[in-house]
Design a protein around this ligand. Structure first.
Ligand code: ADE
Length: 251
């Protein structure tokens, strides 16, 4: 999977290439991460990437010409057959909030072009003529889109085969499975008066699975009841949830 990031601050992505899981994936050729300095595509010799707003108002606006030229340069390197299947995502607080469905959609593409928004925003023609997805990582405003792009790259990379240790790891993820994760324990069996639940040490795998499933259901009901609307639930899940006071619709 190939990530190309258009940014005014290419150095901020350097740590991702060194960072353990993604660094290893890059070194192993499973993903590639290319940063493109938008200023290098400016048409003046000062590398101007932003300008005042037409109509007046506070804050500068990212100019369209360097961004279009940078995307054209990146696209020229993408095989023609993959070009239309490669999303061009703008990071901005106005975008659709990133969730696992969107991560899965991006992970099924051959690559991604990410445009990191900055200043007051981007010239609207960038949205009109280039952007296929506008993505926010939450309802708060960051100083720039770089951290959001890193979040997207990290979340999407986990679904590139072999990036995470085994496929099992991502399939059993909290959220990916539709429910929050059950509690996890490791040694020691007793720590500061807190014991590992007996069932986990019983060796009875059917009991362990039932306990874990119920813990996931209970935790999801308590912390993220909205997930239960779309989680794949069995009849016995529904009966258990109803015993906890869940009033969700029966199948
Ligand atoms: N740029 C500034 N704030 C952002 C956010 N919440 N998500 C994505 N990009 C942003």
């Amino acid at each position: 999977m190939r990530f190309a990031v258009l940014t005014l601050f290419p150095d901020t992505f350097r740590f991702m290439a060194d960072y353990s899981v993604l660094g290893r994936a890059i070194r192993n050729g499973l993903i590639s991460l290319e940063t493109v300095d938008v200023r290098e595509f400016a048409t003046d010799r000062h590398g101007t990437a932003d300008d005042y707003q037409f109509g007046g108002g506070p804050g500068m606006v990212m100019k369209p010409d360097p961004v279009f030229a940078a995307v054209d340069a990146v696209r020229a390197d993408i095989p023609a057959a993959e070009r239309t299947a490669t999303p061009v995502a703008l990071t901005s607080p106005q975008g659709a909030i990133l969730n696992q469905d969107l991560v899965n959609e991006f992970a099924s593409a051959p690559g991604m072009i990410l445009v990191c928004g900055h200043y007051a925003g981007v010239d609207e023609r960038i949205r009109e003529g280039l952007i296929t997805h506008e993505v926010s990582i939450g309802d708060y405003v960051l100083t720039g889109g770089e951290l959001a792009a890193m979040v997207i790259i990290d979340a999407v990379s986990r679904f590139v085969p072999e990036v995470v240790g085994s496929a099992e790891n991502v399939e059993h993820d909290s959220i990916t499975s539709g429910l929050l994760q059950h509690p996890l324990y490791t040694r020691p069996p007793e720590f500061r008066g807190m014991a590992v639940p007996e069932v986990l040490r019983s060796g009875n795998h059917a009991d362990i699975e039932r306990w874990r499933r119920r813990q996931s259901l209970e935790r999801t009901l308590r912390l993220r009841p909205d997930l239960l609307d779309t989680a794949p639930l069995t009849n016995s899940d529904r009966v258990f949830l109803a015993s906890l006071g869940w009033s969700g619709t029966p199948d």
